[in-house]
Structure formats: C-alpha cells, structure tokens
Design a binder for this molecule. Structure first.
Ligand SMILES: [Zn+2]
Length: 212
C-alpha cells in the first residue's frame, strides 16, 4: 500500500515539474546569410535587393539566421526573469510592406482624404516599401497586443538587457530628428554585441554610431 502511494506521489511530482518547466528554446543554427548586422536601412537608405538572406523560424516568426542564436539566448534569459518575449512582427517581405502601405493609403482615402494627403499621412507611420528595417530580418517588434502591463514589463526588461544579446532600441525617445521615426518601445534591431553595447551605453542611434 505504502509503495503504491509513493509511486502515485512520484508520478504527480514528475508531472508537476514537467508543467512548471519554462519553455526554453534549445535549438541553434549555423548562419549562412550574407547580411552585415550594421546595415543601415532608413528613409534614405533602401534595403538592397541582392543580399543573400536566409530566413529561419523563431516562435512562429521569420528572422534572418544571423540573429537566431543571440535571440534564443535573449529569449531564455527573459524567461529566467519570468518574462516571455512576445514577437508581434519580425521579417516582412517588400511585397508585404507594399500591401501594408497601400492598405493604409486606402484607409485614409476611404476616410475622405485626397490621394496626396493620404500618402503624406501614411509616410508618417508606415515605412515606404524597400525602406523598412523589417525587410532585413534583423528587426523585431516585441509586443503582446492589448496587454498593457505585460508590454511595459517586457519593454522595460529589453531596455535594460537587450544590448547584452546584440539588440538595440532602434527608435528611442527624442531622436525623431535623426531616425525620422517616433519613439517605438517595441522595435528592436540586431546590430551585434559590440555595437549594441556602445550604442546603448552612449545613448545614441544607429545613424549616429555609423556617422562616427
Ligand atoms: Zn518594427
């Protein structure tokens, strides 16, 4: 009788440990993409069409293989702090960007704006196809839609830790004049560990870092 009880308790314990185990990511990849992590893509610099980009899947999103291993380490480190990094957006093709851009233009036109005004307003919030960092596979939007507290916690953790894994807050507060994009606490860009540390410590943008 006692033996059976011990067996039942043991089985229950094994199940408990199994369910409480955090969903760490263990796989890794050997990158073959030919993309420079310091590539500058902004409103004045298009992403060249001829870059050999190898995409891999991370948490149901496509990213450049270049960032996979560091992204995995960052994801696991956040889990250690009881934070699950939720990816809302990662790689986006030029075609997809075109679709998003046109959708926004049409929405403004439907709201009664003329074509010229609709384009002008769209430029403010959507990157022109070919000029979005998401086309590089090096950029990630971290957010859990509609979860205010969860996002605040996640963004706070990223702000303090992302540089250790090669990521920077790409569009900081008060840097619109340089980046031409408003503050986006969710948008992180992989630049490699050395650059990420320098950029974060000096509180500068990628544009400033590359400008010397
Ligand atoms: Zn983004």
């Amino acid at each position: 009788m006692k033996k059976i009880l011990i067996i039942i308790i043991s089985i229950l314990l094994i199940y408990l440990v199994y369910y409480l185990q955090k969903p760490y990511v263990y796989s890794s990849v050997n990158p073959i993409s030919e993309i420079d992590p310091l590539i500058l893509v902004n409103s004045e610099n298009a992403f060249p069409d001829n870059i050999n980009l190898n995409l891999v899947t991370f948490q149901n999103n496509k990213v450049a293989d270049t960032i996979y291993n560091d992204l995995k380490d960052m994801y696991n480190a956040a889990l250690n702090s009881n934070i699950t990094l939720k990816i809302n957006n990662a790689y986006r093709s030029k075609e997809k960007q075109t679709e998003i851009f046109n959708e926004q233009v049409n929405q403004y036109i439907n709201e009664g704006y003329n074509k010229e005004k609709a384009y002008k307003m769209t430029y403010l919030t959507v990157q022109i196809p070919g000029y979005s960092e998401h086309e590089t596979g090096l950029a990630i939007d971290f957010s859990n839609q509609g979860h205010y507290d969860e996002n605040e916690k996640m963004w706070n953790w990223l702000k303090n830790n992302a540089y250790k894994y090669g990521f920077i807050l790409r569009y900081p507060k008060d840097k619109y004049e340089i980046t031409k994009i408003n503050y986006e606490p969710w948008h992180y860009r992989y630049v490699g560990k050395k650059a990420a540390k320098e950029i974060t410590n000096q509180n500068i943008t990628l544009e400033e870092y590359l400008g010397g």
